[in-house]
Design a protein around this ligand. Structure first.
Ligand code: MSP
Length: 538
């Protein structure tokens, strides 16, 4: 359900390892979260959108050493790169996590100390397998099933025998199952794992879950010191998961945590987010002073981008890295990249293929031919037949109620789809209106009617209906393509929408999507094509 106006809404992305530069996996989840954050701001919610970096991984130490740098120097460099990239990509996060920040480290130490007090964290001995690429402990049964090789990165698993601290995950097996096996999972402070197939997958794994190590020995110069034991540091995954809470655990932000977070992640890190994380929170809630700690409302795991039909990998040379993404931005514009990622990406349970051909086709079909062409057509006809001033619809033509009805149905469809995180479907609900305008123009042929001045009132009605439908479409598409849509708003005489959204006051989604917002007499500006058609070199 969308939050009521002014109510808090909290959305997060995973925090990204700083061993390397950003790539499509990072840009994708963050762009999707940005579209959702902007959508909720447009609906008047009090949004807190968090992304950032995960710094204490062992692979950061290795990558830094290869370059003769300290882990902190290398982390600083890459954290800056992530931050700059997100700024360049128009991402509107409200804060940026660094797990080396004092805020984060202090609170993580406090949480672990509290968990030591209740006995949910205890000293033990780990002997088993470890996936260094994923920074993940792998149970013996799984390790055998994988042939002692990581299913994610193909590297051999490493045998570990170390003394460390464990989290009593097994004590939360039943409470978690009870929460997850409900169909109305998000009700009454529970949480949902989506899509449904992912929920089933995690339920099966929770049934078998055991206690897990949550500290590491032998990495003492890089990590959060384990409270009360200077031979240990906090295991990087526990450190990382806590970011969602440490950045919301202050008087001015606790309302966001309490409102039930939406964690957007990818399928490979589902276990940490849908099992370990809620169990840690349930355990923390049992500690004195932490009774207020709520569970997230929703953990949504998307699938993977693949490239030309294959898993992306640097060695195959099919990796979509930052340089490649930047080239798309230079050629097609930032909004085209956002559109492609958000509408054609792997939000559901299937992986999505990233290819030049698919990108160009999407751009030309959706943006150049549909939205761009339709808005130029409407502006040009207004200019030719009405001197660039929006005509008034004829009273009682009956057409407006028909259009108002189509628009109302599309808005409802769009809202339901964004709520389900079906961003491709939501965008399509808006584009269906654009295709409807094109069909209406073909059917009514205002360009023929206008040849006889006696028909101008009828032409005026048609153009009003087209421009007004386009205005509502533009509102629906703003979260996806803020820059282009703000240009379109200028042309349609709705520049004040952008101002309302920037200062956060005066956002009136229901009014903006209700029929009849455009005032006859408003100047309609034609301009350069919003999305020039892209010719492929052949
Ligand atoms: N640091 C951890 C997350 C901690 S969250 C408390 C981590 N970082 S990561 O940098 O390796 O990856 C971040 C996310 O990007 C992961 O969810 C990962 O699955 C995702 N992606 C990496 N490659 C991807 C694709 N090819 N496609 C889509 N997302 C993918 O894991």
């Amino acid at each position: 359900m969308p939050p009521a106006s002014g109510s808090p809404f909290y959305i997060t992305t995973p925090i990204y390892y700083v061993n390397d530069r950003p790539h499509i996996g990072h840009v994708y989840t963050t762009t999707v979260a940005d579209v959702v954050a902007r959508f909720h701001r447009m609906r008047g919610a009090d949004v807190f959108f968090l992304t950032g970096v995960d710094e204490h991984a062992a692979k950061v130490v290795d990558a830094a050493a290869q370059r003769g740098l300290t882990p902190q120097q290398w982390a600083d460099q890459n954290a800056a790169e992530f931050r700059d990239t997100f700024v360049r990509l128009g991402i509107t996060n409200n804060d940026f996590v660094r797990t080396t920040s004092a805020r984060h480290k202090t609170l993580v130490e406090q949480y672990i100390s509290a968990l030591l007090t209740t006995g949910d964290v205890y000293a033990g001995q780990y002997e088993g397998w470890y996936d260094t690429g994923q920074e993940e402990y792998v149970p013996d049964s799984k390790a055998e099933e994988y042939g002692l090789v990581s299913p994610i990165n193909g590297k051999p698993l490493v045998r570990k025998a170390e003394r460390n601290y464990f989290f009593r995950l097994s004590a939360y097996r039943e409470p978690l199952l009870r929460l997850l096996e409900r169909d109305d999972a998000a009700a009454d402070g529970g949480f949902s794992v989506e899509p449904a197939a992912r929920r089933n997958e995690i339920i099966a794994r929770i049934r078998e879950m055991d206690d897990v190590p949550i500290s590491r020995s032998g990495q003492n110069d890089w990590g959060i010191p384990f409270p009360g034991d200077d031979t240990q540091t906090v295991y990087v995954w526990i450190d990382a998961l806590f970011n969602y809470l440490t950045y919301a655990d202050s008087d001015d932000r606790r309302r966001y945590w309490q409102s039930g977070a939406t964690h957007l992640i990818a399928k490979d890190i589902l276990w940490f987010h849908a099992a370990i994380w809620p169990a840690l929170l349930l355990a923390l809630r049992n500690c004195a002073g932490y009774e207020w700690v709520a569970l997230p409302e929703r953990v949504y795991a998307h699938s993977f981008w693949i490239s030309d039909g294959q898993k992306m990998s640097k060695s195959l040379g099919n990796f979509v890295d930052l340089e490649k993404l930047d080239r798309y931005v230079q050629t097609f514009g930032l909004d085209a990249l956002r559109w492609f990622l958000a509408t054609k990406g792997p939000l559901g349970t299937n992986d999505s293929d990233f290819s030049d051909a698919k990108f160009t086709e999407t751009y030309n079909t959706d943006l150049a031919n549909a939205l761009g062409n339709c808005s130029s057509r409407v502006a040009k006809m207004t200019s030719s037949y009405f001197g660039g001033v929006l005509p008034a619809p004829q009273p009682g033509s009956g057409q407006d109620s028909e259009h108002a009805h189509a628009v109302g149905a599309a808005v409802a469809d769009y809202l339901a789809r964004v709520d389900r995180l079906d961003l491709g479907g939501a965008a399509d609900a808006a584009l269906t209106l654009v295709r409807g305008i094109d069909g209406y123009i073909e059917r009514t042929a205002p360009f023929k009617l206008a040849k006889d001045p006696a028909n101008l009132p009828e032409v005026g009605t048609i153009l009003y209906n087209c421009a007004e439908t386009l205005r509502v479409v533009s509102v629906l598409l703003w979260p996806f393509m803020p820059t282009k849509i703000e240009q379109l708003w200028q042309r349609l005489g709705c520049g004040d929408y952008a101002r309302a959204l920037t200062d956060g006051r005066g956002v009136e989604f229901d009014l903006w999507t209700a029929w009849g917002g455009l005032r006859p007499g408003t100047p309609i500006v034609s301009g350069d094509p919003l999305f020039p058609r892209h010719q492929t070199k052949s």
